[in-house]
Design a protein around this ligand. Sequence first.
Ligand SMILES: Cc1cc2nc3c(=O)[nH]c(=O)nc-3n(C[C@H](O)[C@H](O)[C@H](O)COP(=O)(O)OP(=O)(O)OC[C@H]3O[C@@H](n4cnc5c(N)ncnc54)[C@H](O)[C@@H]3O)c2cc1C
Length: 449
Amino acid sequence: MAKKHYDVLIVGGGISGTALFYELAKYTNVQSLCLLEKYEALATLNSKGTSNSQTIHIGDIETNYTLEKAKITKRTAKMVEKFCLQYDLQDKIMFSHQKMALGVGEKEVHFIENRYHEFKELFPYLELWDVEKLKELEPKVVYQDKAQTKVRPEPIIAMGTSTQYTTVDFGAMSEALATQAQRATEIPTDIFYNTQVTDIFEKADKTFEIHTSNRDTYTANFVVVNAGAHSLFLAHRMGYGKEMGCLPMAGSFYMTQSHFLNGKVYMVQNNKLPFAALHGDPDILSEEKTRFGPTALMLPKLERYKPGTYLDFFKTLNFDFHIVKIFWDLLKDADIRNYVFKNFLFEVPLINKKLFVQDARKIVPSLGVDDIEYAQGFGGVRPQVLDKEKEKLMLGEASINPGNGIIFNMTPSPGATSCLGNAERDMHEIVKHLDLKFDEAQFLHDLTE
Ligand SMILES: Cc1cc2nc3c(=O)[nH]c(=O)nc-3n(C[C@H](O)[C@H](O)[C@H](O)COP(=O)(O)OP(=O)(O)OC[C@H]3O[C@@H](n4cnc5c(N)ncnc54)[C@H](O)[C@@H]3O)c2cc1C
């Protein structure tokens, strides 16, 4: 029952936990740092390269982002790029692909044209690509037959770029963040694996006592819980965030056997369906075969491809009549109802491929059932947060900060893109709380434009 004390202790070794570990080690005078990770390695859950879409969501082709939101996401997304460039990780874990938002049919074509003009100033590299240009850049999007003789009947247009970094193996980036954190400082920067945090207690002297599954106990002046859906689970155990519940939305992918698309092709999104951005792109971890997805299916467990966590799901859902009302309101909407039902069928063997192909044909009209396979072992879980007071599904990330030296973060998509931005927010809070020094000039120089 060892007892170790740290200035700051982080729970969870995904991209969020390692980003904070890095920023504190590199840019503050924190005296000691500890990261506790439940599994045998960093990033084995949602930050793993095969679990997510590997996309840097900067806001240029994400059609559900307003211009105001894109101004914010641009800064945080660029931090990912700057980190990778600083350590020469381009073309190793960060790659440049062509990317576009594709409009199909009269209405979407107008939408893309208007959006292009609105966003051009913020993202000057954006180009507008008509059908002739698309024949050259992404021919499978244009033709309705495999021989590429017949152009699809609906009008199409795309806004996109070929000059930007677009894709990251966020699992490898988590490892790079932890390695660079440990290289950046002489202070203790301990990482303990196979160490699941079971409970956190606030002590009378305002520090925290952290209990783990292997019976080791730690104490810390500040604790940040970056444990995905389990952040809310641990918050509830301490009596925080009771006004929230967690809805784990699993995302799966389908994979082609060969190279289909040259870059990322996203579609115009339905704003009612925040996690429904079906797209196709080359997978950097599967010899650039094309992945289509992700799907969205509610899963009664908090972790994909790991045993257990069913009971944790029921506890974290925090079920009561507010949750019933949220589900009722969501399912009243025909678009959402059909989407939920369809995504359930996308997971049912024998019929799943046929149904999925129908949706994916909006991107590649000639895609056949035999061209794709369910990508076994790929995909993860987005911990979508339910706000029980407002009786609404929260569309983005959520953070609980009671102001007493502990923070809990829940990070559905695009949480990997915003990892360094979220860490910056928490680092400021820690610096203030512990009265630390922060090298702001170096931070801004290294990580922002
Ligand atoms: C299908 C899909 C597609 C996505 N696509 C994108 C994308 O293209 N771009 C993007 O930016 N984002 C994307 N995301 C979101 C992104 O993957 C997540 O936001 C991000 O990985 C969250 O990182 P995290 O570190 O907060 O959580 P996680 O990666 O889930 O890490 C949490 C860590 O905490 C550990 N842990 C949990 N409980 C405990 C405990 N009790 N004690 C100790 N450790 C614990 C876990 O083992 C894990 O290592 C996608 C997500 C999904 C599911």
